[in-house]
Design a binder for this molecule. Structure first.
Ligand SMILES: [Zn+2]
Length: 214
């Protein structure tokens, strides 16, 4: 386990966790991939612009920082019984959040199709969206519908403030919320290019009253 201390209380709770969880069947090559992936996600989550955003979001939602005991960046992916990968989960009683990676198979195919820069944007954005989602669970508990709706709004607010132009933030939004599985690559490709403005409006209803967190 790696713990890096810093002045930001939430940021200092983010750790990489790989203890005793490497699947036996995993080759060294695979392990290396996942270690790189997790350290990239770790840095993405700790980036000051994102931490500043989270602080704003927690304040806005009246979620107290001490409710978050730890944010663990897991090195290896978790497969649920239905075969779908999990982006994150939250132990409400302990205030423990875990963030999981995509599989290496997925990432290799993604990289081949869209290139490495897009993969990095995807991996970082997916982890940020997952952390936003799980933090909201601390307040809204098992109200999944509410959490999903708010998580989309907050994620979009962050990317829109950070992206150099609005079409870029729409593309990132589409990547994360419109492409759930490998099988949907086709959808992602189409959605990312046309960005489906009408559907998006319905989803997030933000345009009339923008949220500025800076
Ligand atoms: Zn959830």
């Amino acid at each position: 386990m790696l713990i890096l201390g810093d002045a930001n209380p939430l940021s200092s709770k983010i750790i990489i966790n790989a203890i005793l969880e490497q699947p036996e069947s995993l080759s060294l090559d695979h392990a290396g991939f996942y270690i790189n992936y997790s350290s990239f996600v770790f840095r993405s989550l700790k980036r000051p612009s994102f931490q500043k955003f989270l602080k704003w979001m927690l304040r806005r939602e009246k979620i107290e920082e001490h409710m978050v005991r730890a944010v663990q960046v897991k090195v290896f992916p978790l497969r649920r019984k239905n075969g779908k990968g999990l982006a994150g989960n939250c132990d409400l009683s302990q205030g423990k959040i875990r963030i999981y990676p995509k599989t290496m198979t997925f990432c290799r195919a993604f990289k081949q199709k869209f290139g490495k820069p897009s993969l990095l944007v995807y991996a970082g954005s997916r982890a940020r969206a997952a952390l936003i989602h799980e933090l909201l669970h601390l307040k809204y508990a098992t109200d999944e519908k509410k959490v999903r709706k708010l998580a989309k709004e907050y994620f979009f607010t962050f990317t829109r403030n950070k992206a150099s132009n609005s079409s870029q933030s729409l593309t990132i939004y589409t990547m994360i919320f419109k492409a759930k599985t490998f099988g949907n690559f086709q959808v992602f490709e189409k959605g990312a290019r046309t960005s489906e403005p009408v559907k998006l409006q319905k989803d997030i209803r933000l345009s009339s009253k923008p949220m500025i967190f800076r």
